[in-house]
Design a protein around this ligand. Sequence first.
Ligand code: MTE
Ligand code: MO
Length: 513
Amino acid sequence: MLRGVGGWSGVVRGAIVGVAAGGAGLAVGELGAVLTGEASSPGVAVGQWAISLTPTWLEQWAIRNFGTHDKRMLLLGVYVVLALVSAAAGVLARRHLTLAGYVAAAFGVVGMVVAVARPDAGPSYLFPSLLAGIAAVLVLRWLTILSLQDTDAGGGPAERRRFLASLVGTALVAAVGGFGAKAWIDSRYDAEPAREAVKLPEPEAVLPEPPASVHPNVPGLGPFFTPNAQFYRVDTALTVPQVDPDTWKLRIHGMVDRPFEITFEELLKYGFEEHDLTLTCVSNPVGGSLCGNARWLGTPLAPLLRRAGVQAGSDMILSTSTDGMTIGSPVEAVLDGRQAMLAVAMNGEVLPIEHGFPCRMLIPGLYGYVSATKWVTDINLTTFASSSAYWTQNGWSPQGPVKTASRIDVPNDNATVSAGNVVLAGTAWATHRGIAGVEVQIDSGPWQTTALATADTPDTWRQWSYTWAGATSGNHTVKVRATDGTGMLQTSAVQDVVPDGATGYHTINVQVS
Ligand SMILES: Nc1nc2c(c(=O)[nH]1)N[C@H]1C(S)=C(S)[C@@H](COP(=O)(O)O)O[C@H]1N2
Ligand SMILES: [Mo]
């Protein structure tokens, strides 16, 4: 079978030619996407499509193992698959040039189909993959013919030089063109300059800083407010949406009497409030770190809904972001008096691009997947019975109130500490209900009350500390549990994150020496 392609050296040559042709196609696709935007490039479009096909368990595994790098790993996977298919097409081309050309063309067609199927796509999204497919076919044909002229009887040093020069030249041009185009796209569609130009509105009343006693001041315990750069991130988008505040609009419509649309400039004329709120992810495992606390500046969402006039019977806010994410939140949670808001700033800074610039939704008491739409542009009043949002289509519960959780942050799991007095510290949250107590248990001893730091708001986490007196050498386990502001004890029942949040007591091992 290998005879037809020229033995093993033919296979290797074919594979290299195929990868070069695939790379040239990708590079041309990137160049095309300079005109039509990053999301339309074949690599990104296929990657985004792969995300939508990823089952929840695999997504959870990726988040656990690669964290915020999970997207990078996915793109890498897409490129590896593409390289393998290209290599196979290159080998095939030595024998069936036309057939291999169809494989290369299929690469362009798949890119076109998935790019144009994106929620934010227009017909221009067809363009980069179309060019990519054409380039891949032409380069594959050209290099294969040169390669065969070299290996065929009659090929001499001149043919070999011509083939090698063409191959190396193609690879160089593809690399420079592809990475250059990527850099060009990144700078052309960067919302950072616009973000830096935003002048934040003044809050109607100044919210005083919480007292220093909100933090137990234990070395190694994270700060009360999570710095923006350390704040956890959950995005399904392969690339962070770059939204221009000058063209951003928010539409409120659906089951309302007076639908309307506002620009960012108009939004900033509404009344603004500061509010301290802990945001947490339903995918956070027991003891996990997908939780952060910040001071947000936002305009209350309830008056906006009242302006639109929510009709009787509507119980769901279906919000959509520029990248097509949909999030379903209960109308009641926004209208019951809690500080649900459209936020434009986080910890005193204009909302970072990764956290939803120019505007995101926040509803205290609910996990992010049912409340915290980033890059939000559309609020549709509808019903839970008639609509379902992105995550609920992936096996998550339509309702996502935050469950009471507590965590030991100091010492680390499996840390070694010296015998005697050992300081334990951590945090606990039951967003919107507040935390009334945190207890720890050493081995199978009695539950001990810890020292709670001062509460900021019921919407924020509450840090705690405890001095474990007279710790004796050996291996010990430490467990933590909290009681929320309504007096409910955190459940010890162990449940995984799907469908509505993990439960169970965070437990660590401590080696006392
Ligand atoms: N547009 C958009 N909004 C989103 C998400 C997303 O992937 N895309 N993830 C949600 C989830 S699951 C959570 S927990 C929070 C996380 O917000 P953060 O990334 O600012 O921490 O945003 C929510 N809003
Ligand atoms: Mo989340």
